[in-house]
Design a protein around this ligand. Sequence first.
Ligand SMILES: NC(=O)c1ccc[n+]([C@@H]2O[C@H](COP(=O)([O-])OP(=O)(O)OC[C@H]3O[C@@H](n4cnc5c(N)ncnc54)[C@H](OP(=O)(O)O)[C@@H]3O)[C@@H](O)[C@H]2O)c1
Length: 320
Amino acid sequence: MKFVEVQHFGGPEVLRFVEEADPEPKAGQVAIEVKAIGINFADIMAREGTYPGVPSAPFRPGYEVAGVVTAWGESVTGFRGGERVMGIISNGGYTTHAVLNAQETIRLPDALDFAPATALLVQGLTAYFLLEAGNLREGQSVLIAGAAGGVGSLAIQIAKLKGAGKVMGLASPSKHERAHSLGADAVFDYTQSGWSKSVLSETDGAGFSLFLDSQGDLGSEAFDALGQKAYWLIYGGQSGSRSGLPVERLWSLVGKNATLRGYNLFGNIADFERGLNEMLGWVSSGKLQLDVQRFPFSEVAQAQEAISNRKTTGKVVLEP
Ligand SMILES: NC(=O)c1ccc[n+]([C@@H]2O[C@H](COP(=O)([O-])OP(=O)(O)OC[C@H]3O[C@@H](n4cnc5c(N)ncnc54)[C@H](OP(=O)(O)O)[C@@H]3O)[C@@H](O)[C@H]2O)c1
């Protein structure tokens, strides 16, 4: 098999291809020949050494694979050779051959290709469970940062499917059209100041009920657009901001009875099957669009660079 290793922390040039014997499935595992590898923003932070809990280098990056079953270990029943499946692994997903825990291996519907399927794993599940963690109620307004990105593009659609009222996106201007086409009612440019005023005006002064925030900036003007009893869920730190929480901002949280909390997908691990089943149902009935940008496996560095340079929308996938 061929896999990618991060030799030491740094830019895309630290990604190296390495070859070794294909992995043998142990008891409880399924071996697959990989047809699509999902990239996540976390892979880039891990490569740079900025992701919390990143292993020491050298390490094998990548959390998501989809492919065909080639073998299975002892005690595994119910799989057949050639079956189309996908799954999340803790590391080492940038590979031509992988082993998955059989219990966490998801079968793909016939009509779903490998590459779009990977969008449902880390990014889809994050979008799905963020909306649950934020207690989304029918008719409530939702604000979504990185709205045309991997998590964001699915969060817009799932928010609508779950009955949200106004769905607003924050994105670079070149991605506004994409966010609108996915169902966002309004999209604002968060690279310029003043977007909180637009959120207020879009919600008739009420502010947002739920903010899915991948930026993690506590100096953010989001405080100006907090609604009563709003939930603000921070699940990423893309702003790189080191701002603290000034006391006057703290009082706006208190005054609005608002909740500011962190979110980590792996707190929902026991619920993954439920989330995936519901999303697979929406994909099969044409209610959930999966937007994919594909790169050959050999272009892993270019694919990561395109994400870092904010050139992508939706899911970015490597194809061996
Ligand atoms: N907590 C969890 O469990 C969890 C799970 C999954 C993902 N995440 C987090 O969710 C966020 C989105 O993840 P993703 O995999 O779906 O990535 P993504 O949204 O596809 O990432 C690329 C997009 O992020 C936006 N962005 C904002 N600030 C950026 C910056 N400084 N550099 C590059 N891009 C920036 C860009 O869109 P614009 O140009 O429109 O800003 C860019 O196109 C990440 O912060 C990730 O770490 C957290």
